[in-house]
Write a protein that binds this ligand. Structure first.
Ligand SMILES: [Zn+2]
Length: 86
């Protein structure tokens, strides 16, 4: 009996996404204000929406234009994460 190894299908699955995706911050709404929470240290950032409906955080530019959506670096822990579309 030959034990089952890693199949070709498993290798294909592992290699399908070469682009590393940033984690997405958790979105919350509180008293009409929108916030995104750093997935690592739970720092809260107030989210504004620009004229195109794209979410952004005032004072923090989109740091990765190659990745879809808006990414910021957390000011506290330096984690890059995506601001979810709302
Ligand atoms: Zn953080």
């Amino acid at each position: 009996m030959i034990s089952k190894g890693i199949s070709a299908q498993n290798i294909a699955d592992a290699q399908r996404e070469p682009v590393v995706q940033s984690p997405t911050g958790e979105f919350i709404e509180n008293n009409g204000f929108k916030f995104v929470i750093c997935p690592k240290c739970k720092t809260k950032y107030k989210v504004d929406t620009d004229e195109n409906g794209k979410p952004h955080i005032t004072g923090l530019p989109d740091v990765d234009i190659t990745e879809p959506g808006t990414q910021i670096y957390c000011l506290k822990c330096g984690t890059k994460f995506t601001i979810p579309e709302v």
